[in-house]
Design a protein around this ligand. Structure first.
Ligand code: KIV
Length: 268
């Protein structure tokens, strides 16, 4: 059964954790879906882990839409969220609506955008026209230059109150969930308890209603290591080992063997 907003809200009520991951392509999304991941974010982190940019700012709408449609073709159950890239929603409500609509046309069930008070009119406009919106507070990577890096957010009492206020405002504006990134766990706990909609944490401790990680980070493919990421495997080493074996096999003439080759009279 397809995951819906209703189900995500019920999961919060029942204290059943929502499990989310990022994906950017068909085959990976299919695997995540078959395993039972509840929510797949086609994150603008693709800028980092697919394109190799330092920040998420350079990725554009058409690139994000291509990833979204690839993911959508692999998914039957998970709720798919398309991450609206920098400058695809900030300029005007009308442009935001058109761009968010393109994510739904590409196969997403909702969109995510970063920010607090400044995005409220945009959230309201999208929701008014039937587009489910996920908020994103705390460390918002599209604000990296203003934030002065990827630092822990909401450290002072004042920042914590602002974050809570913005979370409540996003909820009132119609968000169906909010990502809380890189904030102290006690702040995430307080926000989670105050909201009716689910919080999805990344670097925000164990008290959120759900968790999300960038797939390449948790699989050990990313070069960078982060305190808030548990590496469940070391895919980089596994891939290197396999590729090295292939390289050596080809050099030595040990691949391909007869079993990998065709004869003219073979049916295939
Ligand atoms: O782009 C992304 O992958 C994200 C997650 C880190 C939440 O926004």
């Amino acid at each position: 059964m397809k995951v819906t907003i209703d189900l995500l809200l019920k999961m919060k009520e029942k204290k059943e954790k929502i499990v989310a991951l990022t994906a950017y392509d068909y085959l990976t999304a299919k695997i995540l879906d078959e395993i039972g991941i509840d929510l797949i974010l086609v994150g603008d982190s693709a800028a980092n882990v697919i394109f190799g940019y330092e920040t998420t700012l350079p990725i554009n709408l058409s690139e994000m839409l291509i990833f979204t449609s690839a993911v959508a073709r692999g998914v039957k159950r998970a709720f798919i969220v398309g991450d609206m890239p920098f400058l695809s929603y900030q300029i005007s409500k009308e442009e935001a609506l058109k761009n968010a609509g393109l994510f739904l046309k590409a196969g997403a069930q909702g969109v995510k955008l970063e920010g607090g008070e400044q995005v409220l009119p945009i959230v309201e406009h999208l929701v008014k026209f039937g587009i489910p919106v996920m908020g994103h507070l705390g460390l918002t990577p599209q604000f990296v230059y203003q934030l002065g890096g990827y630092k822990l957010q909401a450290r002072t009492k004042e920042e914590q109150e602002k974050l809570l206020k913005e979370a409540l405002l996003l909820e009132s504006a119609g968000c169906f969930a909010i990502v809380l990134e890189k904030i102290p766990m006690e702040v995430a706990k307080r926000v989670t308890e105050k909201l009716k909609i689910p919080t999805i944490g990344i670097g925000a401790g164990p008290y959120c209603d759900g968790q999300i990680l960038v797939l390449h980070d948790m699989l050990g493919l990313s070069e960078k290591k982060f305190k808030f990421v548990k590496r469940y495997t070391d895919l980089s080493t596994i891939i290197k080992k396999a590729v090295k074996e292939y390289l050596e096999d080809v050099k030595r003439g040990e691949f391909p063997q007869e079993e990998h080759s065709f004869k003219a009279d073979e049916s295939c």
